[in-house]
Ligand binder design. Structure first.
Ligand code: GLN
Ligand code: ZN
Length: 755
């Protein structure tokens, strides 16, 4: 019989129940007892769904009140000492303080979980971190599942991945040296689970899909020799990439089974064909929303079954935490776009797919023929759909003129033509696009969406807002103005709603961090721009002022990164399609007299593949897609781009190759360190380093901005330096926004007088 299991379930509930309960608890509107009860009910529901789908184990230990890596910090006693908490006696309130900060301590830093949009809390290790086992989190969930009558498989992230994901704090040392102290603590946690009766324990080591240094890889042998002394079978889970390069090592580890992500890297299966223990095959995509073609999956699984027999396990490729909960509640989508609906599978549908695969493997395809046929019909329809495969889109991409992604002239010539009409002072000032999204703006949008406000009234409200933003910028004496983006709900969703090839779910939420969820648009078909998207707004804004109005678009890479992307054509093709569609908008803006256009790409860095060897290929197509989005513009049209959230030091050549006339970047929090890297690299075009942090309402002092600007002038020639905040201002209030920009303007004018 084939075993079916999952690597983890979404935690927040089908309707984001956990989020709302947590937030009420934080506002002291919900008691701890009620929050605990709700969490228990959510876990029970998750297990019930797994059991009803015939999973052989339910997953435990995966449920968390905030983050599974924070849970692991508690379980190993490695919470940051600066909080002064006892990890053995940690209260729920203290747990949340670790995650969210308190009046004395800032929160534990957060960063992206591999290449997903989930964020984990980064462990803070110091030279004398003392680990101490506290298995309660894992043991309690396991007990609870067993008490509910389930056969359960606890899940824990492994010691090498845990250490790798952490950061070193304090006195210099190598956190790898902590391994010897950490492993015994893991042994205690695993032993506690074995003592509860856990037959199998899943240990996740997704770090195996990264470029780990050799000592780290070598350590797997002894670490897993130690862990396998525990009286339970260990399933070593890898995901998010191929581990084929480590095949000899993985085959020799004394674990009882290995899980491979065969969606991301189907080709690695061949390397593990002679694996002689349990092989868990991740065949249903855990990170995306597409329904599988079950017949094709069976074509892979059936020969494996013949070879492996009982040793074949089936599973989603990775934890389902990255997938929304239940497609069946998307009735609106089902009515509006029944084709797309029939091509999708969320968590509950994916476990049902695994159920069908298990039936087919155990009892033959005929036992589930009707369901396999339905899966085939959907796959065929998707493959042949004229709605998603548009000949004209493919033709346009295939027939782009030579060097379509290159500007007509080199930067030096362009900037001279741009400066000739722009007539800007030295150190020109601008902002990144958005101005405060006030509650009035949000209310107007909500009422409009509910149908309580007419389109005309909504537009009037937005125009009023734009006028206000323009007047304020004139009063501040900014040089290049923006319209403020009041009409945009979100920088990706706004464009997704106006481009063809996109659709939206109502409840397709996935956890981003803690109680925060995102609802990415779905890119399901070839992308086109049926009509202008931003031109009216920018034109209106320009009509209000004699100053230059900057048009504002989200770039193709960012739109791609923050969406669920179709999996039937390469991501690079989707990205270029978006670039080409955006170029239609850019040219329309230019025609309408908007000749400074910003194309935001904050997500360019987060698209980088997990392995360095794959970086160049990605940067090449991402860059091409970005450049395509302004294809055909005149030399004297000035293209800006904006990036934030990250370091770019290691990809500066690719950033320069984007060839934007002006780039604005987030730098204030790193004291212009990032800009120094741009300077050392001799970044060729204009650059606007952010001179104050927009994440805080705090008004910077003149001295602070002056310090940053002088530093910038040391590394960038004064003719090429712009002055702007770090990022958009939509999360700020008006009062501090004005005060902050006033300081920025005052210091800029002071320095101009000296230059
Ligand atoms: N133009 C966007 C804004 O100002 C950019 C946002 C971002 O970089 N994340 O809001
Ligand atoms: Zn930004």
């Amino acid at each position: 019989m084939t075993t079916f299991h999952v690597l983890g379930f979404p935690r927040v509930g089908a309707k984001r129940e956990l989020k709302f309960a947590q937030e009420r608890y934080w506002r002291k509107e919900l008691s701890e007892q009620d929050l605990l009860a709700l969490a228990k009910a959510l876990r029970e529901k998750n297990w019930k769904h797994q059991a009803e789908a015939n999973a052989d184990f339910v997953a435990t230990g995966d449920f968390t009140f905030y983050d599974h890596i924070l849970d692991l910090q508690v379980a190993t006693g490695a919470i940051p000492a600066r909080f002064g908490f006892d990890s053995q006696q940690l209260t729920l309130a203290q747990y949340f303080e670790l995650a969210r900060g308190n009046k004395d301590q800032f929160a534990i830093e957060m960063t992206k979980w591999f290449d997903t949009n989930y964020h984990y809390l980064v462990p803070e290790f110091s030279k004398n971190t003392q680990f101490k086992a506290n298995p309660a989190h894992y043991v309690n969930q396991y007990r609870e599942a067993v008490a509910n009558g389930h056969k359960a498989k606890p899940i824990i992230v492994g010691p090498l991945t845990f250490l790798w994901l952490g950061k070193e704090k304090g006195e210099a040392f190598n956190r790898f040296d902590l391994l010897a102290k950490l492993v015994p603590v893991y042994q205690q946690i695993l032993t506690a689970l074995a003592n509860e009766g856990a037959e199998w324990i899943q240990i996740d080591e997704p770090a195996l899909a990264l470029d780990l240094p050799k000592p780290w890889i070598d350590a797997f042998q002894s670490v897993y020799a130690d862990l396998s002394k525990v009286n339970a079978k260990l399933l070593l889970a890898t995901y998010f990439g191929s581990v084929a390069e480590h095949a000899p090592l993985l085959k020799s580890l004394p674990v009882a089974g290995l899980h491979l992500d065969l969606v991301r890297s189907p080709e690695q299966l061949a390397t593990f064909a002679d694996y002689d223990k349990v092989l868990s095959t991740g065949v249903i995509e855990g990170r995306n929303i597409w329904r599988a073609n079950l017949n094709s999956v069976l074509d892979v699984l059936e020969p494996l079954k013949t070879k492996l027999g009982e040793r074949l396990w089936i599973a989603p490729s990775c934890s389902l935490l990255h997938t929304p909960y239940d497609l069946s509640v998307e009735t609106q989508l089902q009515e509006k776009n029944p084709d797309l609906y029939s091509w999708l599978a969320f968590t509950l549908q994916k476990v049902e797919e695994l159920n069908l695969l298990k039936q087919a493997l155990n009892h033959g395809r005929a036992s589930v023929q009707a369901q396999l046929d339905a899966s085939q019909v959907a796959a065929d329809a998707r493959k042949n759909s004229k709605v998603i495969h548009k000949a004209e889109v493919a033709a346009r991409l295939a027939n782009l003129p030579a060097n379509a992604d290159q500007r007509k002239s080199p930067f030096a010539e362009r900037i001279a033509k741009q400066n000739a009409w722009l007539n800007l002072p030295l150190l020109p000032t601008t902002t990144i696009g958005s101005f405060p999204q006030t509650s009035e703006i949000r209310h107007a949008r909500a009422s409009f969406k509910k149908g309580e406000l007419s389109l005309a009234d909504y537009e009037t409200a937005m125009k009023k807002e734009i006028e206000y933003v323009v007047r304020k910028q004139e009063e501040l004496d900014l040089d290049v103005l923006v319209h403020g983006e009041a009409e945009r709900n979100d920088m990706v969703e706004y464009f997704g709603e106006l481009l063809d090839g996109f659709d939206f779910t109502k409840f397709g939420w996935v956890q981003s961090y803690g109680s925060r969820c995102v609802k990415p648009p779905v890119i399901f078909g070839d992308v086109t721009r049926p009509e202008p998207m931003t031109v009216r707004w920018s034109q209106y804004a320009q009509s209000l002022t004699k100053k230059v109005m900057k048009g504002m678009l989200t770039g193709p890479v960012t739109i791609l990164q923050w969406s669920f992307v179709r999996n039937d054509i390469p991501r690079s093709t989707v990205c270029k399609q978006i670039g080409v569609a955006l170029s239609d908008e850019v040219l329309d803006l230019e025609k309408a007299g908007i000749k400074v256009i910003q194309i935001d790409e904050p997500a360019i860095r987060e698209g980088l593949p997990l392995k360095r060897a794959d970086w160049d290929a990605y940067l090449q197509w991402a860059g091409e897609a970005f450049r395509l989005s302004s294809m055909g513009v005149a030399d004297d049209t000035q293209i800006h781009t904006h990036m934030c959230y990250s370091e770019f030091n290691d990809i500066l050549p690719a950033i320069a190759a984007l060839d934007a006339d002006v780039i604005t970047i987030e730098t204030s929090r790193s004291d212009m360190e990032l800009l120094t890297a741009f300077g050392d690299f001799k970044y060729p075009n204009d650059i606007g380093p952010g001179v104050y942090d927009i994440h805080s309402p705090r008004v910077p002092t003149e001295a602070e901005i002056e310090h940053l600007l002088r530093k910038a002038l040391n590394v960038v020639p004064k003719e090429r330096l712009w002055v702007n905040p770090d990022c958009g201002l939509k999360t700020r209030g008006w009062k501090e926004t004005i005060e902050q920009l006033e300081v920025m303007m005052k210091v800029t004018k002071k320095l101009r007088a000296e230059l």
